[in-house]
Design a protein around this ligand. Structure first.
Ligand SMILES: [Zn+2]
Length: 478
């Protein structure tokens, strides 16, 4: 009842919004009662699915996005063309091991039923061939037929160096098996501690004569889903194929290597890099009433990896931005600056969309006063990382943010897609949206990043959080 009275007391004029508790309520109520983000994300995930840069699905998504945004009556909706790299997975990729001691009841789809603990209890019996849940890393070369080799597991860079210098990696597949540090509260920090082995591990191993690498999936979870992601070759080393293996399999392989030193693996990968392809960033705007030529840009990346549906990464971030623009329009908020929702293309394997976006803004002398990125999934919002220069202004709203569960304000904004804006507008305030991090790497870049893994209320709360931060930026900046 009290809520109703508060809403009735709220002033109708939102041109010079007072960013107070009544305003916060209005934004959150609109998101929770009438939010559109979840339904639109469902359309994107279920009618199009994954959106690897340059793929036919990515282009379908661009057309869908422009059409969908056009139905909401924003001041303008347009595409910004950009050429993107195109890497393609082959349908026939596989990784198989034959062990003289391991028998599994782990065949075909059945494998997906086993969790980590079940693996540990599996009886070790005489052998057959076993297919491993593994996927090529993005950017990997193919194997040109079947590649068979023995395997060595390493758990640190130092161990790789000492084994490599001793000649133990020559002619081998190397399993890069450093797990996420479990004690890190923020899983993005754990990712940061391990992702180097995925990005640069192949060339490091190739320098010691390795013929391929298997990389432990970047996840806290112990399961049978392989998580892909970008890898980059050092041009000075031979290019060797690289696959991600599920965490439970990485643990199993460690065990098997100890018990069966003759363990052989056979890899077959037909992935390839094709010529660059045309694509686009998708943009929607509400024009500013006081500073129409000054921009507050906010968004996520529209491309995804080809596993799953790119629901959390980063369909959710794109929908946060769209929904924030929609709900501010819906409650009648008239921004001082131009509010621009941007779905950047090609964050995952090239950053071409973000680079082109900043280049165009530079050429046209656009002034960005702020930019906000959401690329940490559609989980319960916690707060924001903000530039230190803007921190005192953001902290003025701490009590209001706290009251809505989004008061974790950290120093340090930014994100991959908004980083290039700094180069053209050094004073632009960069902000990163921070949701709860505990489940993100369960699904990140894997077949489980699907619409069903997104919670409607969490997604809409995130959009409301993004919207109120946009209004804070709009009101506090000139
Ligand atoms: Zn992402």
């Amino acid at each position: 009842m009290r809520l109703v009275i508060l809403c009735l007391c709220f002033s109708a004029s939102l041109t010079q919004a007072q960013v107070d508790s009544a305003f916060f309520r209005k934004v959150f109520n609109e998101a929770l009662e009438n939010g559109q983000a979840y339904a639109r994300l469902g359309e994107l995930c279920k009618t199009i699915g994954s959106r690897l840069s340059g793929s036919p699905q990515a282009e379908k998504a661009v057309a869908w996005g422009k059409q969908m945004l056009s139905t909401y009556g924003f001041d303008s909706v347009y595409l910004q063309p950009v050429m993107v790299p195109r890497w393609e997975r082959s349908k026939t990729e596989s990784l198989v091991f034959s062990s003289t001691i391991f028998n599994a009841a782990i065949k075909g789809e059945k494998l997906q039923d086993y969790n980590c603990e079940a693996f540990e209890e599996l009886p070790l019996k005489p052998a057959k061939q076993h297919r491993i849940p593994a996927v090529a890393l993005g950017g990997s070369v193919g194997t040109k037929g079947k590649l068979q080799a023995g395997i060595v597991s390493v758990h640190s860079d130092a161990q790789m160096d000492s084994l490599g210098k001793a000649g133990a990696l020559k002619g081998k597949m190397v399993l890069l098996n450093r797990p996420f540090p479990e004690t890190y509260l923020n899983t993005f920090k754990a990712y940061g501690a391990c992702v180097g082995q995925r990005v640069n591990g192949a060339s490091k191993a190739a320098a010691y004569g390795a013929v391929a690498v298997l990389v432990r999936s970047m996840s806290n979870r112990c399961d049978l889903h392989a998580h892909t992601g970008v890898m980059i070759y050092d041009d000075k080393q031979p290019k060797i194929p690289a696959m991600a293996v599920a965490t439970a399999v990485a643990n199993l392989l460690d065990k098997l290597i100890q018990q069966d030193p003759g363990l052989q693996l056979t890899m077959q990968l037909g992935c390839q890099t094709l010529p660059d392809a045309p694509s686009a960033n998708v943009v929607a705007e509400t024009r500013g009433s006081k500073y129409p030529k000054s921009i507050i840009a906010f968004g996520g990346h529209f491309d995804s990896w080809d596993q799953g549906e790119g629901a959390h990464d980063d369909g959710a971030g794109c929908m946060h931005a769209f929904e924030a623009l929609r709900l501010l329009k819906s409650i009648g908020y008239q921004p001082r600056h131009t509010l621009r929702c941007v779905w950047w293309m090609n964050e995952e394997n090239g950053l071409r969309g973000a680079t082109e976006y900043a280049a165009v803004a530079g050429k046209t002398n656009e002034k960005h006063v702020a930019a906000l990125e959401s690329d940490r999934g559609g989980f319960t919002p916690r707060g924001f990382g903000v530039d230190s220069a803007f921190l005192p202004k953001a902290l003025k709203y701490k009590a209001l943010l706290d009251a809505n569960g989004i008061g974790e304000i950290e120093k340090g904004g930014g994100g991959a897609d908004i980083g290039p804006i700094r180069k053209i507008n050094p004073n632009a305030v960069l902000v990163g949206f921070i949701p709860d991090s505990q489940r993100y790497f369960d699904v990140h870049h894997s077949e489980t990043d699907v619409f069903e893994s997104v919670n409607k209320r969490e997604l809409h709360l995130g959009a409301a959080a993004v919207a109120v931060m946009i209004v804070i930026l709009d009101q506090e900046l000139d």
